[in-house]
Design a binder for this molecule. Structure first.
Ligand code: UGA
Length: 474
């Protein structure tokens, strides 16, 4: 099939490249000409596993790039809209990019060439109605197009495998013909033939029949996306709230999580406590979903609470740093992890960056290390008191404490003896629970994590721990 993907940000780039991998002819469209030129030169703009490989595989073959939206739309049968929907001041998503795409695409339509316009960006329910109205207003013949919704559930860091090995493919279409066209696009995943290809990107085991498809109305599909992200964020805030109770009563959130997560109705994924969720999706989508609900006359206060718990989680972590270090002014802190999670270089809404900014305000000096996100962080954290190290150990040299902010594999397998030697004091504040507290205490560390008792070496004066009854972070 001939497919245009409009917007070559995270979702557009991954989806477009994967459509080419499934055998379609794809043109990736972006109005940023520099971006298009660098893609044409083979430069991969984001850190994403398997993406360089796939871009290389299909470059100059089934994948091409342009900034001419109208031409790309004219030459395609299906047009995926993957442009940004940034949040406005009050949380409502700004749909002006979607609208301008609708206007441009309308110009490319003729009566006899039916096209499907598919929302791939996360948009509020009923956006498809607006896209349709806008296209009609701009002269698109009513019979020449349909608007569908096909939300994406990919996670940064594993976006390519999430796309090619999906839990489900949601197709929101209001007529059989449109649904069938979208089904055909995903056919190699739905019938499982992709997984039998010798050159297939490796991924998890799939059901023998291929990826499950969920056919819905367009509005339901739009809602599925917002509701899914809100639910996942709710799981994270829920476990973070439970972690707070664990800290207060001396229970262990890892055990509690295992106990609740092994109920198959609950499931243990997205139940990792930490320093709160970040990224370009959850924070924005929660605000948007809340705004959408309000617009529909429903006050979705549960979402306010999810957001509040998330913000509080960062403050709690800061309190832990204060509890263990006493004063913060002129303290040198090694920070491992800058992105909003491990496995990515994306620092948008990163809790790590926000915590660093707070620590800087308190007069700390930060030496940071991240395997992928340092360049981006340099542009964001311009403060004099931030420097960057080439390894976790270099960051730890002479630091008063080490803070772990993201869950990169290499942060979970640090050479602890070496760290002992590098750090000024053997203090680790782990915002991602990567280590076992008892084992850390046995190795001589003062170890503070989330939802678990603070651990100290047996011989160590209990200091701050006794001051609050042996519990941390209150
Ligand atoms: C999220 C969703 O997981 C995807 O399904 C969705 O497609 C995507 O948003 C989107 O809407 O485009 P992503 O933002 O890449 O994906 O990142 P996640 O892996 O979901 O992590 C989000 C945040 O939650 C991170 O800060 C992460 O550290 C945090 N998190 C995640 C936790 O604190 N605990 C967990 O158990 C899981």
């Amino acid at each position: 099939m001939r497919i245009a993907v409009i917007g070559s940000g995270y979702v557009g780039l991954v989806a477009g490249t994967c459509f080419a991998e499934l055998g379609h002819n794809v043109v990736l469209v972006d109005n940023d000409e520099e971006k298009i030129a660098s893609l044409e030169r083979g430069i991969v703009p984001i850190h994403e596993k398997f993406l360089p490989e796939l871009l290389n595989r299909h470059h100059n073959g089934r994948l091409s790039y342009t900034s001419d939206l109208e031409k790309a739309a004219r030459e395609s049968e299906v047009i995926f809209v993957a442009v940004g929907t940034p949040a406005s001041e009050c949380g409502d998503p700004d749909l002006s990019y979607v609208e301008s795409v609708a206007r441009e695409v309308a110009k490319a339509l003729e009566d006899h060439h039916f096209k499907v316009i598919v929302e791939k960006s996360t948009v509020p329910v009923c956006t498809s109605d607006w896209v349709r109205k806008s296209m009609l207003l701009n002269g698109a013949p009513a019979e020449s197009f349909a608007v569908a919704s096909n939300p994406e559930f990919l996670r940064e860091g594993s976006a390519v495998t999430d796309f090619l090995y999906p839990d489900r493919i949601v197709i929101g279409a209001d007529d059989e013909r449109t649904a069938q066209i979208l089904r055909n696009i995903y056919l190699p995943l739905i019938d499982g033939s992709y997984y039998r290809r010798p050159d297939a990107i490796p991924g998890p085991d799939m059901p023998p029949g291929g990826a499950p498809v969920i056919l819905t109305s367009t509005k339901s599909a739009e809602l599925i996306k917002h509701a899914s992200n809100a639910f996942l964020a709710m799981k994270i805030s829920f476990i973070n709230a439970v972690a707070t109770i664990c800290e207060t009563v001396g229970a262990d959130v890892t055990q509690v999580r295992q106990g609740i997560g092994s109920d198959s109705r609950i499931g243990n994924r997205f139940l990792n406590p930490g320093i709160g969720y970040g990224g370009s999706c959850f924070p924005k989508d929660l605000l948007a979903f809340r705004a959408v609900a309000r617009e529909c006359g429903y006050d979705f206060r549960l979402l306010d609470e999810v957001i509040r718990i998330n913000d509080e989680q960062r403050q709690r972590f800061l309190r832990k740093v204060r509890n263990v270090l006493w004063t913060l002014k002129r303290k040198r802190l090694a920070v491992l992890g800058l992105a909003f999670k491990g496995g990515t270089d994306d620092i948008r809404e990163s809790p790590a960056i926000k915590i660093i900014q707070d620590l800087l305000r308190e007069g700390c000096e930060i030496v940071a290390y991240d395997p992928a996100a340092m360049e981006r962080a340099k542009a964001e954290l311009r403060a004099e008191k931030v420097s960057y190290a080439q390894s976790p150990y270099e960051a730890a040299k002479g630091a008063d404490a080490l803070l772990i902010m993201t869950e990169w594999d290499q942060f979970a397998s640090l050479d602890l003896e070496r760290l002992q030697g590098d750090l000024k004091y053997p203090i680790i504040l782990d915002g991602r629970n990567l280590y076992d507290p008892e084992a850390m205490a046995a190795k001589g560390f003062i170890y503070v994590s989330v939802g678990r008792a603070e651990a100290r070496p047996k011989t160590h004066y209990a200091g701050a721990a006794t001051a609050n009854g042996g519990r941390s972070g209150r």
